[in-house]
Design a protein around this ligand. Structure first.
Ligand code: 11C
Length: 353
């Protein structure tokens, strides 16, 4: 039987991506959607300003939007797992209430990512960190639990850092991002008010990249994660692109790295989702492009349904003694909703649901 699921904050940009990814999902059945009180009581079709190109799934269009409250969800639906696309300030109050009420919470919000007993997981990189769920349940006396995925910019970067770290060791990373407007919660062409411009500041983004990366690349040691001994410096920028973040990444490796060999290392990377054949797993988590002018968000963000990240222009770095390359990832799919769905598939695979 399928696991019955709900989506918290289902009407926003990430919420809509959840709806799209859960339509016809082989393991999950979408039974409940929640949003803010002003949408509650309406049908999903009435409440959501649908921005995806594909049509809204018909069965979801007719669902009544519930308030984002575990009691209401328990009363009106029968679900075991909720995906959270909530804004972080709302998630801070609401997600523990759901976990306490016995729900598994697969969250894209940033509120609990860095809590010691909350797993921050990218299934290809640190699937064993799900072990923190047992610690969390012991410490908090919850029947349910919270598991999180990282910020979009962090996810696509760590998918490339993990194979390089295993092969060469990493001392430090410098990254400069060019981030799509959908990451700021604005959908579609009206959001292109920033055309002919670059905004050189995204609140909290650089700190997230610099800290989340260390937790994800860290090792689970008993009931805590020992952070990776890597230095990360990020500079984050908003650019006039609809979907898909681009990152220029400079990696100081411990061992000397040859760019051609590194391309093979990246292209050959596989993780638990590929080995176990999880439904949302891309065939290859990192796709390597050889053309000089790729990757580009417009052409590369949808590779493998937006679940793979695309790397190109792998070169020697003359300053840091290592590699530099460009990476594109779909911020709303692999970087958000798709990341949570893959985490939930890992939860099923590992017997947590
Ligand atoms: C952006 N990365 O593009 C942000 C959006 O921590 O999940 C997602 C923020 C987060 O502005």
């Amino acid at each position: 039987a399928k696991v019955r699921v709900g989506v918290l904050g289902a009407t926003g940009i990430v919420g809509q991506r959840f709806i799209s990814l859960l339509a016809d999902h082989p393991w999950f059945e979408l039974e409940a959607v929640t949003a803010s009180p002003r949408s509650a009581g309406k049908t999903y079709a009435e409440a959501a300003k649908w921005y995806l190109e594909e049509p809204m799934p018909e069965d979801v269009a007719e669902l009544t939007v519930l308030e984002t409250d575990p009691k209401e969800v328990e009363r009106e639906a029968d679900v075991d797992l909720v995906f959270s696309a909530l804004p972080s300030d709302v998630a801070r109050d609401v997600e523990p209430a759901f976990a306490e009420a016995g729900f598994a919470v697969a969250s894209n919000a940033s509120a609990y990512r860095m809590e010691e007993d909350v797993p921050l997981v990218v299934p290809e990189v640190n699937p064993d960190h799900l072990g923190l769920i047992d610690v969390q349940r012991d410490e908090r006396d919850w029947d349910g639990f919270i598991v999180t995925n990282p910020n979009c910019s962090t996810i696509q970067m760590v998918l490339t850092l993990k194979p390089l770290m295993d092969e060469y060791g990493i001392e430090s990373v410098v990254v400069s991002t060019m981030q799509a407007v959908s990451g700021a919660g604005y959908a579609g062409v009206p959001s292109m008010a920033i055309i002919d411009n670059v905004i050189p500041y995204i609140e909290g983004e650089e700190e997230k990249m610099e800290t989340e990366t260390l937790k994800i690349l860290g090792e689970l040691d008993g009931d805590r994660v020992e952070f990776a001994d890597v230095k990360v410096s990020a500079s984050c920028h908003r650019v006039p692109v609809l979907d898909g973040h681009t990152e220029a990444i400079f990696v100081a490796t411990e061992k000397e790295a040859d760019p051609e060999e590194a391309a093979e290392v990246l292209a050959g990377f596989r993780g638990v989702p590929q080995e176990k054949g999880l439904p949302s797993a891309p065939e290859r988590p990192v796709v390597v492009r050889e053309e000089e002018d790729r990757p580009q968000p417009r052409f590369d963000r949808d590779v493998d349904g937006g679940m793979a990240v695309v790397v190109g222009r792998i070169r020697k770095d003359p300053v840091f003694g290592g590699l530099k390359y460009v990476c594109v990832g779909h911020n709303a799919v692999r970087g958000a909703a798709g990341a949570s769905v893959l985490n939930a598939e890992l939860l099923v695979e590992e017997g947590y649901l």
